[in-house]
Structure formats: C-alpha cells, structure tokens
Design a protein around this ligand. Structure first.
Ligand code: IVH
Length: 625
C-alpha cells in the first residue's frame, strides 16, 4: 500500500499540478488536467481482496508490503460488503479505503467504558486501529467501525477510465464512498473545494486531516507512476495543525543512532487534537536559540527557556512540535539554555560538522564517540530489531536496551550468538527477572527465524544515515544481492567513477543518501559489525521486479531528446520494468535509447557495440510485454 506526499498551502498545490504537467509534457494549451478532491480520512487503511465477487481477505497497511491479516474482523464491518453487488465485476478486485470511527459512536463507546468502570479511549483513530486489530473478531463486531472506499490495488482488469468513475463504481458494488468527492479542472477550483471541506469539517461526524487530490485520468496516473512509495499523481493537502499552550518543564537531550543530539521538550501534559502530549521535539540547538542555520530569525529571535509558556502543535501523526513562546509569561529568574558540548551518554565531544558541499554548519550537534558511545549503540540495536528491519518477536526496544546494559548484546551480530553465549553464561537469561524457560526458548526461536533475512530489511536494519525503508527497498531492487551492493558502495568511494554515477542515477536516491551509503561502507569501524552479520546470516537476494519484461535487470541509458515522454518519465518507466537506468555509457550498458541530437554517448555505444534503439524502438521493445 502507498503513502502520499503532503502539501501545506495553495502554492504547494500549484507546484504539484505544475510538476504533473511538466512530467507529462502537458501544455496548458492542450486543455486542463482534471483532478479529483476528497477528504483525507483520519483512520487506518485497509485492503480488501475479492475473488469472483466474494470477500476473501483483508489486510492492514503493515509495512506497506506485508500487513496484518484482519479478514475475520473486517467481515464484522457493515460498510464492507461480503459479496459485491454486481454480476459484472473483475475476477480479482482489491479495494482499498479507510477504516474509521464516527464521533458519536466513539463517545457512546466511552460512556459504556465509564459505566463499566473501565479506562476510556483517547481518540477515534487509535480506537478504530485497536478495534480492527483485535485478536477476537467478536470484540471487533461490538465496535462501531466504518469504512470509506477510495482506491484499489490489484484488479484483473480496470473497468473505468478515471478515478472518479472507479469510486462511483465502488458505490454501486455496495461500498460506502465519501459524498464530498469532486472532480475539478483548475488549482483554484481544487482550493475552493478544500476550503468548502475545511468549513464543513467541524460538522462532519468523523475526523479528517486534509484533502487528497488525484489526477483523474487513469491513463495519466499510469504514465506518472511513483517515487518510492508515493504516487506522482496524488497529493494530500493537509489542514493546519492544532495548537495548545503549556509549560516547558525541562529540556532533555537524546542521543540518536547516528550520534545526533536531539533536544526534547518535557511538557506539562496537555491535550492537542484529542491526544495528551507531554513530549515535543525541539529539533536542534539553533531551534532553541531562535536563530536558524542561515542566521535567519525563528520566532522573531525569541529563545526557549525552561519554565517558559509555549505553544505546541501537532499535525496528524507526527511528533508534536514547539512553535512559539509567550515572553510576557517568562519567569523573572529564567536563564538561557546552555546546549551541551559533550555527549550526555559517553562524554565525548559533541560537534557540529561543516557540510563539505555547502560549507555550512550541520544543524545537528553530533557525539563523536561513534562505536564507543553506549547511547548510539543502543539506538542502533533498537533500530536493527525494529518492525521494518529484523522485527524479532519478543525482542523490542526494551530488550535491546536491557541486553545492552547487561552486556550480553553489544552489537547486532551478538543477537545471533545469544543462544550460544547463554549456554556458557554464568547467569542464564532464563534465570533473569522477567524471563523464564519458555519465553527464552521462544526468543531463541524467533531469532533463528530471522537468520534468513530479506535484502531490503537487512539494508534498512544497518541504520545507515539517510537510508530509510523506501530507499532500502529501492537499493535492494537495483543491486539484487548484498555482495553486489556492498562492492558497488565500496567502489562508489571514487566520486568520478561509474559506481558512483550509477548510484546517484537511481530514481529516488539523492546525493545526500548516496554520500551516507558510501561513507558507511568505507568506514573501517563498521567492518567488524558487517563481517559479524554476514557470517551469522543468510541475506536473501531481492526479487527482481517484472522478470518477464525484456529490459528486466538490463542497464539502460537514455540520450538525446525524447519526444513522447520526458526524461524523468522515461527513467521511471524503465525502472518500473525492472531496468537500471544509468547516466553514462559503459561496458555494462545493455541498451542505449537515443533520440535526435544524441552525440558522444551514441558514438561510445556504437564503439562498444551496444544495442541502440530510437524512442519508437524503445516503445516497440516494451510493447512486447
Ligand atoms: S489515496 C494513491 N485517499 O492517507 C495513494 N488515501 O497519507 C493511496 N487516506 O495510507 C492513498 N483518506 O491511509 C487516499 N481519500 C483518501 C484517503 C487516504 C485517507 C490515508 C491512507 C494512506 C494515507 C497516506
């Protein structure tokens, strides 16, 4: 399942529509591009699979690729048809939408809780999520859940030409669809609809956190494709965040996985948008000072001090932030906050590096302790076992921290040695507080299960700076195996060479991420950790996408001018078909697509005897699919 990019104002929306036009080479003279606009429901997404019209499975979003099976629970939701109401439906239909709870239902549920002397629920969204993921479907059945259908996944054929028609069709099949969906032909009309929805928001019986715009024509959606997990053809225009005023009781410094010192505001607990907040991020030391990285003033230069009265805000799911301070309420004895110059965990100097590209100071102060810093080591372990990385049952953040402090797991590789280690240990794990024979046996089993690990999980688990889950997936898909990937990253140290070029040419991997990767794999301090893991694990090769495609696993270079598609579109198309797109011709190039005006790359390809086609030849080739 997918995620959406965000827009926060009308300019962002204009920019989005402009991007769509440029990508499609769509001139305003060619007419308007229609877009739909509909509320962004603040619930949780659910994917429903129907075969021959029968509901056969329901899955939550999970990590985007693998979700939780909630079929039995979904069957209890009255907005979800068990059988689609039509004779004329594709054999396989995957309908996606949002599960949510209405305000009145939420309040009624809480009244029942109070009456039963039980603790009440915090907000409709979390309650809906908890209800859907109940182990016992009988409990879900008692919770008043609702569902809006707004998107789809696999379909054996697509019965319509537009987003709008598809959603209307879902309505005919028996789903609830949102009545506030409309289709518009200009940015102004989209914004007008956004404002209409925003005005109606307080009267709506469910929570929404913005408006989603989608390019209406499905043909254009296909051409636009995706950037990592987000479609290029859709964007979420978020509503402004909710605010609250409270007291900044303290500033705590947390040390992250990569050593950054992050100040966290400890707040007098306050409710913002239905959630009690007692922590908020303060980003970095400049943010506290009120002077940004380019000497620009933040909050007109007002600094933040312990004891201050502050405004905090929370937008959707994101961590709450401190926005402003009320100087009229500042205690007379307050003092300027002194940001630590040493790491609170290991005492090593904490410095602000100069960015070699921009010459500017990095906004984060970083602990220089590296592998000796216990806080970094614990954070790395937590990340390693996190849900989208190794996801070891019974080994979460708590265990990572406690095992580290006990000295039994210091590095990720130690996890896979824990069983052996425990056999020889003086104090066995099963004799420690909170553990028993059975839980320890289960833990070792869960660890064994992860000895085989998918390449993208492994890459993500390494906790490399700037490499999140979607980058890890892209890298796994492009390089296929860990050996190939590692060698490429080591070679990419030469910023003039091919390996570096190939890396920065990957759609979705920016220069910053590329530097992060190269620095990591060329850092000798990381070698023991990597060697340890490679010895302990079997890293599975990534499945190659679209293996039936004639360009799967081929390295393709585009040169010259293209007429039917933009360069970005060509690249995205090739990658969707499993090809690797490179910017330069070399021995490794399999195919050159040369448009008019092609020069040195074409000559080089001819010299090397590389297959060359023109733009039409490219379409002929991939049409054979
Ligand atoms: S479309 C095409 N439409 O927002 C991409 N998403 O931030 C698929 N959401 O995971 C999403 N209301 O859970 C779409 N009307 C709507 C939505 C919506 C809520 C959620 C959805 C998605 C998340 C992305």
């Amino acid at each position: 399942m997918l995620s959406l990019d965000n827009a926060f104002n009308a300019d962002d929306v204009k920019e989005f529509v402009g991007r769509v036009r440029r990508f499609l080479k769509h001139d305003p003279l060619m007419g308007a591009i229609a877009l739909t606009a509909e509320p962004k429901i603040d619930g949780l997404s659910l994917s429903l699979r129907y075969e021959k019209g029968e509901l056969i499975s329901a899955a939550t979003r999970g990590d985007g690729a693998v979700g939780e099976d909630v079929t039995q629970n979904a069957r209890t939701i009255s907005d979800i048809p068990m059988r689609l109401k039509s004779d004329n439906i594709p054999d396989v239909v995957e309908v996606r939408g949002e599960v949510y709870m209405r305000h009145d239902d939420f309040e009624r549920l809480n009244e029942e809780m109070v009456a039963a002397g039980k603790p009440t629920y915090v907000n409709p969204r979390n309650t809906a999520a908890g209800s859907l993921r109940q182990l016992d479907a009988k409990i879900t059945a008692k919770r008043p859940l609702k569902f809006f259908a707004y998107a789809w996944g696999e379909m054996s054929y697509i019965p319509c030409k537009s987003q709008f028609e598809m959603v209307q069709l879902f309505g005919q099949w028996g789903f609830s669809i949102n009545p506030l969906m409309g289709c518009f032909e200009s940015v102004e009309a989209l914004i007008a609809h956004y404002e209409k929805i925003q005005t109606e928001r307080p009267q709506l019986s469910y929570d929404i956190d913005g408006v989603v715009y989608k390019v209406d024509a499905l043909e254009l959606q296909t051409r636009l494709g995706f950037v990592s997990r987000a479609p290029r053809w859709a964007i979420a225009h978020k509503f402004p965040a909710e605010l609250a005023v409270t007291i900044l009781n303290d500033i705590e410094i947390q040390v992250g996985r990569t050593g950054s010192l992050t100040p966290v505001a400890k707040l007098q607990p306050v409710t913002v948008g239905g959630v009690v907040v007692s922590n908020a991020t303060l980003h970095n030391e400049d943010y506290i000072k009120g002077i940004g990285n380019n000497d620009e003033l933040l909050r007109e230069g007002r600094d933040l001090r312990i004891g201050d009265t502050v405004t905090i805000y929370r937008a959707g799911d994101v961590i709450p932030k401190v926005m402003d301070v009320d100087l009229s309420k500042r205690p007379a004895d307050s003092v300027v906050f002194e940001f630590p110059k040493t790491c609170p965990a290991c005492g090593s100097p904490a410095v602000r590096e100069k960015n070699p590209n921009t010459g500017k100071l990095d906004s984060a102060r970083r602990c220089t302790g590296g592998v000796i810093c216990p806080a970094q080591a614990i954070e790395r372990l937590k990340h390693f076992v996190s849900r989208n990385a190794f996801d070891i049952d019974g080994f979460g953040e708590k265990q990572a921290e406690s095992f580290y402090k006990l000295g039994i797991v210091k590095t990720p590789a130690d996890i896979f040695n824990l069983h052996e280690y425990n056999k020889q240990a003086e104090v066995k794990l099963q004799d420690r507080d909170g553990w028993g024979e059975q839980s320890v046996r289960k833990l070792f089993e869960a660890i064994e299960q992860r000895r085989n690990i998918a390449l993208h999980r492994f890459i993500y688990g390494l906790g490399i700076r700037f490499i999140g889950e979607s980058n890890a997936k892209i890298l796994a898909r492009v390089y296929g195996s860990f050996e190939v990937f590692k060698m490429a990253m080591i070679s990419a140290h030469d910023r003039e060479g091919e390996a570096w070029q190939d890396l920065v040419n990957i759609d979705g991997i920016g220069e910053v991420a590329a530097h992060g990767l190269v620095n990591f794999f060329n850092d000798t301090n990381q070698k023991p950790m990597l060697d340890g893991l490679e010895n302990a694990l079997t890293i599975e090769n990534a499945e190659v996408v679209e293996s039936s495609s004639p360009v799967a696993n081929k390295t393709v270079v585009f040169t010259g001018s293209l007429e039917k598609m933009t360069r970005d579109e060509a690249k995205a198309m090739a990658e969707r078909l499993g090809a690797k797109v490179s910017g330069s011709v070399s021995k490794k190039t399999d195919l050159l697509v040369a448009g008019p005006g092609a020069g040195s790359k074409l000559k080089k390809a001819q010299d090397l005897g590389i297959d060359t086609v023109d733009e039409q030849g490219w379409f002929d080739l991939i049409e054979k699919l």
